[in-house]
Design a protein around this ligand. Structure first.
Ligand code: M6R
Length: 613
């Protein structure tokens, strides 16, 4: 949560920071603020509750000249979203300013102690406590700026990506990271700091991903990286892979719509180069590395949150079907606080688009501490989870900016398909012939996704019909069940309509009581193994006057006799159904949200990467 951007160099800082904040707004949009430090040591802080555009309007005509500065877009944790709690925050004397992404867990005890020593606080944030602490350490110990930051951080428990500036020295910027992401852009006599590379990419392609426990000290044009215990590190500069086009809307009204339409490509990119049909083989370095272990593994545990957890459920079916391995799928937030039975024989897979989700990372830490092998399926290159795991597979969805996950989900499912097939082959539970057939089918999926996207006009008509609903049910069986969960999550998170996903057969054990003529029921009713059973479930809904929207297989005329609306998708192997059936559900949520005038890309109360508990 929260996005941070900072700049020090020869350009005007403010436009770079504001543009960067807009790119990071997916991380939180409760308030925004900037601190601008002029060469004459004037520190101007402007902050405003609401979006970056509200901040922009509020600073029109103000003094914005500065070559050093930093900005923040907030997802509120401590303190309501208002102007006072907005970042940047100042130290007691106003000498130091800070922006922060993360949570200082021991802020309450630190704050109490500081209050006893005479500190007065303006905001309710944990961040203000930290900058007061830094100033106190600075003053009491007669330390330099850098030393004071380092010493103060040793007292902090929690997660942070912070940038601090000192009014006395406009050529000085300090960044530090633990648990929250931080990227440093290295330009020609200029430096950038940000939560991810999107604010940096148009100025330089050279970046350094700071590691936990590292501090970046930028003095003039010089960058030094140290650990918190004062050891100098040699920075590893890498070249950015993302391009500007991939982080802009490219003519679409919303990022979410663009990302839905990118799926033929993002699915293709997630298997391209890994499949070798003629040799009946899948090349995944992370899986090959653990071939011996996977041949004999007794169970796999998949952990994730939200949409990534839904992908994990699809993974469960895939690993059971093709590799005959028992699988447990766990919410990371629950797993981390239980006392799970785990040991060196376990293989744990974390799924995360951002690679930064705090609960998933903590669950992995727990698994690692018990000796399990940990594997990551992540989309953001260089993020915390891939750096922490023993091995992994990147999904190649490209940057996903819309808060509602779309193309990342189908890319995760693609990676899971490859993993299940590859492990199945290694274990001898999947023949080369069958593997070849499945790979041939996978190759057809991008064009089938294109065909599925062509249902958009019909989906829009259905959205118009149901846009004022207050509830919705999503039903599916087998591979259709995680899709039902995912469809319901999409609807609730962006249109604020209450929606529930259920295994279709579970409906009669409770949810059926909700069904009346006002209840839209979306049913995954494709011609796969559960077809007849699902048709029976549809009839049960119709008998109670529910309104059925069926996702069905092209050519199925029979279903028209049962459903009010039918959205056809191309026939496919059952295991690949999630890659197609998800698409109309994404479109349905999107259109309903647009019709309800909701903020599709930045739904209320949410943030793209949840880096707090
Ligand atoms: O970055 P991650 O995949 O770890 O994020 C997990 C969830 O926060 C995420 O999937 C969330 O549920 C999305 N908003 C769903 O669209």
């Amino acid at each position: 949560m929260c996005g941070i951007v900072a700049y020090i160099g020869h350009r005007e800082a403010c436009p770079i920071i504001l543009k960067g904040l807009k790119r990071l707004e997916y991380r939180g949009y409760d308030s925004a603020g900037v601190a601008l430090l002029t060469p004459e040591k004037n520190l101007n802080i402007y902050k405003k509750s609401g979006k970056v555009s509200d901040l922009e309007t509020s600073i029109e005509g103000k003094d914005l000249h500065a070559n050093t500065g930093m900005g923040h877009t907030r997802w509120a944790t401590h303190g309501v979203p208002n102007d006072v709690n907005a970042h940047p925050h100042l130290s007691g004397s106003g000498e130091f300013a800070i922006i922060h992404n993360g949570i200082i867990e021991n802020y309450a005890s630190l704050k109490q102690a500081l209050i006893k020593r005479g500190h007065e606080f303006k905001s309710d944030t944990d961040t203000e406590v930290l900058i007061h602490l830094i100033e106190e350490v600075y003053k009491n110990n007669d330390l330099g700026f850098e030393e004071a930051v380092r010493m103060a951080l040793t007292q902090v428990i929690g997660a942070y990506a912070i940038v601090i500036l000192s009014k006395q020295d406009p050529n000085y910027l300090i960044g530090a990271k633990k648990g929250s992401p931080m990227v440093i852009g290295v330009g020609e006599n200029e430096h950038f700091i940000a939560s991810d590379a999107t604010p940096i990419v148009e100025y330089t392609r050279n970046v350094i991903y700071l590691h936990d426990g590292e501090i970046a000290i930028i003095k003039g044009t010089e960058l030094t990286i140290k650990t918190i215990d004062n050891t100098i590190k040699t920075p590893y500069i890498q070249e950015l892979e993302i391009n500007l086009e991939s982080i802009e809307k490219g003519g679409y009204e919303h990022f979410m719509l663009k990302e839905i339409y990118e799926q033929p490509r993002s699915i293709l990119d997630s298997f391209r180069g890994r499949t070798h049909i003629n040799d009946a083989m899948i090349a995944m370095a992370g899986i090959d590395k653990f071939e011996d272990k996977l041949k004999n593994v007794k169970r796999i545990i998949i952990i994730g949150c939200g949409t990534s957890w839904h992908a994990g459920l699809v993974g469960e079916y895939l690993f059971e079907d093709f590799a005959r391995i028992p699988v447990e799928v766990e919410y990371a937030s629950e797993f981390r606080y239980r006392n799970p039975v785990l040991d060196e024989s376990d293989f744990v897979i974390a799924i995360s688009q951002s690679g930064e989700t705090a609960d998933t990372l903590a669950a992995l830490e727990l698994a690692k501490s018990k000796g399990a092998t940990i594997f990551g399926i992540c989309n953001v290159v260089g993020s915390s989870i891939p750096r922490f795991t023993d091995a992994g597979a990147y999904t190649h969805a490209g940057p996903e900016i819309g808060v509602a996950s779309t193309k990342a989900f189908t890319a995760q499912v693609t990676a899971l398909i490859l993993m299940a097939l590859s492990i199945g082959q290694k274990r001898g539970t999947l023949s080369s012939q069958r593997l070849r057939e499945l790979l041939i089918e996978l190759e057809t999926i991008p064009s089938k996704v294109e065909r599925t996207l062509a249902t958009d006009p019909l989906v829009k008509i259905i959205a118009e019909e149901f846009k004022n609903s207050t509830n919705a049910l999503y039903l599916g069986r087998g591979y259709g069940f995680p899709i039902a969960l995912e469809g319901a999550l999409k609807l609730k998170e962006i249109s604020y309509i209450h929606a529930e996903g259920y295994p279709a057969a579970e409906m009669k054990h409770g949810p059926i009581a909700l069904i009346d003529e006002a209840m839209p029921v979306v049913v995954i009713a494709t011609q796969h193994s559960y077809y007849e059973k699902v048709i029976s479930n549809i009839q049960e809904v119709k008998a109670r006057k529910g309104r059925v929207i069926a996702i069905a297989t092209e050519g199925d005329e029979e279903i028209k006799n049962h459903a009010d609306y039918v959205i056809y998708i191309p026939p496919c192997e059952e295991s690949m159904l999630p890659l197609l059936a998800t698409i109309p559900l994404q479109l349905l949520s999107y259109h309903i949200a647009v019709m309800r005038e909701c903020n599709v890309d930045q739904p209320r109360n949410l943030a793209k990467s949840v880096t707090v508990e």
